[in-house]
Design a protein around this ligand. Structure first.
Ligand SMILES: NC(=O)c1ccc[n+]([C@@H]2O[C@H](COP(=O)([O-])OP(=O)(O)OC[C@H]3O[C@@H](n4cnc5c(N)ncnc54)[C@H](OP(=O)(O)O)[C@@H]3O)[C@@H](O)[C@H]2O)c1
Ligand SMILES: [Zn+2]
Length: 337
């Protein structure tokens, strides 16, 4: 079978379609015919050699977390999943025995990791991480959900976002950014989002963004946020200098959830502002399999439509990564093997 593998950690030109042996399921596993696999900036970090997780020694490496497709074969111990089932994988990998696996939430597992391997014609996965696709939800739509929407949903919950709250999303046009806007809207909140691109902001405004700010400089953004109001919550996946910006504009007692570092892995925060104004900064990674099930249900009943910018065949996986590098897209990029 064919897989889009990273054969060099040099950016999109390091993606190559290679032949691999067909996977056979272990006792607890299932092999899927992959219908669709969405890509994430997490994959791009790996491809650009910026992830400590995958070095040159691990090449060729097949990434791809967000996989949906049809079950092809199951292992001897698998129950409740059968060949022919249409399914979505929850990419969480957990140890099953630590305190957080026992008591929840599972995404705090002490040995938490993620599935990789969906950018291929077939993928071998843990069968108990599979969710049945509801009627009317296809593989392409489902594959757009896991990483971006689970992460955004969990961040909104960490910040306790509710009706009429004002939510600030620096970088509102990508996977997590668009998901945060849509899910905040479903919670009844108002949103402020930023981007370098006017046309991308226009697209997100059609998806429920209330206040669009076209700027990248934190001071310029602050000057435009302040007249709108003091955000109750900040969904920060950019990190870097947007962290100090977010803390600064947030209201007294507000919460910033951080899940990423696209614009930089460190930031200095004005501590007096933080403690005198009872502001909170919390870390957040992925969500739970239950979150994913609820998101799938929202999609099934038509309350949520995952935003897919473009779809690529497996042979053009490099173009999908190039689009992410060039910051061309709104929402998710999906590969259909
Ligand atoms: N901890 C977790 O569980 C978790 C889960 C998912 C994602 N993440 C992290 O969250 C971040 C977003 O992931 P994603 O997959 O949603 O990425 P993505 O789709 O590539 O995000 C694109 C967004 O980032 C903005 N952006 C890109 N480069 C930028 C830069 N240098 N400076 C400022 N803004 C920039 C874009 O702004 P423009 O509109 O201006 O182009 C766009 O709004 C990544 O850091 C990722 O690793 C973490
Ligand atoms: Zn665990």
């Amino acid at each position: 079978m064919q897989a889009a593998a990273f054969t060099a950690l040099t950016g999109p030109d390091g993606v190559e379609v290679i032949d691999q042996p067909e996977p056979q399921p272990g006792p607890d596993e299932a092999v899927l015919d992959v219908g669709a696999c969405a890509i994430n900036r997490h994959d791009l970090w790996i491809l650009e050699g910026e992830s400590a997780m995958v070095g040159e020694g691990a090449l060729p490496f097949v990434t791809g977390l967000d996989v949906a497709g049809t079950v092809r074969a199951v292992g001897t111990d698998v129950r409740g999943v059968e060949p022919g089932d249409e399914v979505l994988l929850c990419p969480n990998e957990t140890c099953g025995s630590c305190r957080f696996c026992r008591e929840g939430p599972e995404n705090r597992c002490e040995r938490f990791s993620l599935y990789h391997g969906g950018l291929a014609e077939q993928a071998c996965v843990q069968a108990d991480r599979l969710l049945a696709l509801p009627e009317g939800v296809d593989a392409r739509t489902a594959a757009a959900i896991p990483t971006a929407y689970m992460t955004a949903a969990h961040m909104l919950r960490r910040a306790d976002v509710g009706p009429s709250d004002l939510v600030f999303v620096p970088g509102a046009t990508g996977g997590v950014g668009v998901a945060a806007i849509q899910l905040a809207d479903i919670r009844g909140a108002r949103t402020i989002g930023t981007s370098s691109s006017a046309s991308k902001l226009e697209a997100v405004s059609d998806l429920g963004l209330d206040h669009a700010i076209q700027a990248t400089d934190p001071d310029a953004i602050r000057e435009q946020v302040e007249p709108i109001g003091q955000p109750d919550a900040v969904m920060n996946h950019l990190g870097g200098e947007y962290t100090n910006l977010g803390v600064r504009v947030m209201r007294r007692g507000g919460t910033m959830a951080i899940c990423g570092r696209t614009a930089g892995g460190s930031s200095s925060i004005h501590l007096t502002d933080l403690f005198l104004n009872h502001k909170e900064v919390v870390g957040s990674t992925m969500g739970t399999q239950d979150d994913l099930r609820r998101l799938l249900d929202l999609v099934a009943v038509g309350e949520l439509e995952p935003v897919i910018d473009s779809t690529y065949p497996l042979a053009e996986t490099d173009a999908a990564f190039a689009a992410m590098t060039e910051r061309e897209s709104v929402g998710k990029l999906v590969v259909e093997p």
